[in-house]
Write a protein that binds this ligand. Structure first.
Ligand SMILES: [Zn+2]
Length: 95
């Protein structure tokens, strides 16, 4: 599965400094390559920082337009549990 490496990040406590850039770049490539990725969603931290509570968890962003994680006003910084999730085209159709 192509996104296994992402799931590894999700289980770690601290995000790499380039988490947003690297992850969004992967989604951007995925969208160009096969067309199976419709966009990116943000799964907010379950133990939520105030910043992530303001996010729309159902919103689907283009990688170029997605808010960068961790959010600028996040109190947890790189320890924030907010993560990107790929939204596949088949998920879009079923909605
Ligand atoms: Zn946060």
């Amino acid at each position: 599965m192509a996104f296994e490496w992402l799931n590894k990040f999700h289980k770690e406590m601290e995000k790499p400094v380039d988490y947003a850039q690297k992850t969004l770049a992967q989604y951007r490539l995925g969208m160009k390559a096969k067309g199976s990725i419709a966009g990116v969603a943000i799964a907010p931290d379950e133990n939520g920082c105030a910043a992530s509570k303001g996010l729309d968890a159902t919103a689907v962003y283009h990688p170029d337009d997605a808010p960068h994680l961790p959010l600028p006003d996040c109190t947890k910084g790189r320890h924030c549990g907010c993560v990107y999730r790929p939204v596949m085209t088949y998920q879009m159709k079923s909605q």
